[in-house]
Ligand binder design. Structure first.
Ligand code: G6P
Length: 369
């Protein structure tokens, strides 16, 4: 098994570094850059079916649910279809409102998570259209669905999911563009620009990976903290949740995530010099709001780490530490902003001497309730 890790110490680190390849693979065969069109043939989607959809409910657990939260922003913005995100263990027991014009979209790396499969069965019983985004080929979540998008990232072994988080973000973006196109929501110019932006993603991910040593310095500064607060807004709000989840899973540091606008309703009370705040502030439509929230944290003596875009002088001035990302089209920014947070969690955990591939109490795939 050691050999399969190649030059890396852990599968998690190897899988983080595989993301240039895995993102390239998830685009392969699906994007026609000349015509500016998306092909997701295994979804069995027609224009007629696409026009029938009144609502999409994304259901998933853990990291996959965070991908779904980004998908909500993408599909609502690009395809103009209302989207709800429902944790699978909640959906399955709540007698959810679903009808034949509802799509229930399950996201699962393993395709075998018990709660996600039960949510799919509930959706089937209620007559919904049933789709999935799955990594493990031939798994239940792939077979149960009417249509499926395969993540195409290869096996993921590290318990903390990394490459199987960024791939579904790209899949959801492609799905949003396809739905927007089939429902006549996109002009040809918009559609072509959205498709062209996909070509940038593997290289931008690679630029983040090249900066591992800089992230490691920040990990060193944070390694002894007992708490951390992650803040984001809009399309990057779910990345705050995912960053916090990565940290707690493998470093056992208490980490909380909040939509930054909710700070004033409670979590700001926690901020002092012992509470590092990690704020996700790329150049997206929520940038100015995020910066003013970072100013409030700074005014209360908190240690501030920001994920910011190259050349952002404001972020550099305000923050104690910056995790720099290259400039990215904002609808795709979560694919890039999460990478330094994966690397940060990885190094904090290894500096604490922990086995990141086998974190205590956690399983890669939870096949029992
Ligand atoms: C477990 C894993 C998580 C994963 C979740 C959902 O809790 O430790 O990393 O996000 O299950 O798994 P799935 O295979 O359905 O994506």
């Amino acid at each position: 098994v050691a050999a399969e890790k190649g030059e890396y110490r852990h599968f998690m680190q190897k899988e983080i570094h595989e993301q240039v390849r895995s993102l390239t693979d998830t685009l392969a065969g699906r994007v026609d850059f000349d015509e500016g069109r998306i092909h997701l043939d295994t979804l069995n989607l027609t224009a007629e079916k696409a026009r029938k959809i009144e609502k999409i409910i994304v259901t998933a657990c853990g990291t996959a649910a965070h991908a779904g939260m980004v998908g909500k922003v993408l599909i609502e913005r690009i395809a103009k279809i209302p989207v709800e995100v429902d944790i699978a263990s909640e959906f399955r027991y709540r007698d959810p409102l679903v009808n034949p014009n509802t799509v229930v979209l399950a996201i699962s790396q393993s395709g075998e998570t018990a709660d996600t499969l039960a949510a799919m069965e509930e959706a089937r019983k209620k007559g919904a259209m049933l789709w999935s985004i799955v990594n493990a080929i031939g798994s239940q979540a792939m077979r149960l669905a009417d249509g499926c998008i395969s993540m195409q990232v290869g096996p993921e072994i590290g318990v903390a999911s990394t490459k199987a988080f960024t791939a579904p973000l790209v899949d959801l973006y492609m799905l949003a563009v396809l739905l927007g196109d089939l429902r006549g929501e996109l002009s040809a110019t918009e559609r072509k620009r959205l498709v062209a932006d996909l070509s940038l993603i593997p290289d931008l991910a690679g630029k983040c990976l090249d900066r591992e040593e800089e992230v490691k310095k920040v990990a060193y500064a944070l390694k002894d903290t007992h708490n951390a607060l992650y803040l984001g807004r809009g399309i990057n709000m779910p990345i705050a949740y995912e960053g916090a989840l990565k940290l707690k899973e493998i470093s056992y540091i208490h980490a909380e995530a909040y939509p930054a606008g909710e700070m004033k309703h409670g979590p700001i009370a926690l901020v002092d010099k012992n509470m590092p705040v990690i704020a996700i502030t790329p150049r997206d439509p929520w940038y100015d709001k995020m910066i003013s929230q970072v100013e409030q944290v700074k005014a209360r003596g908190g240690i501030v780490v920001v994920v910011a875009t190259d050349g952002d002088e404001k972020a550099r001035e305000l923050a104690d530490y910056v995790l720099w990302i290259p400039e990215t089209p904002w609808l795709l920014s979560p694919v890039i902003t999460v990478i330094p947070l994966q690397i940060l969690a990885y190094h904090i955990a290894t500096l604490r001497g922990l086995d990141v591939d086998q974190p205590r109490n956690l399983a890669k795939s939870v096949t029992v309730e």
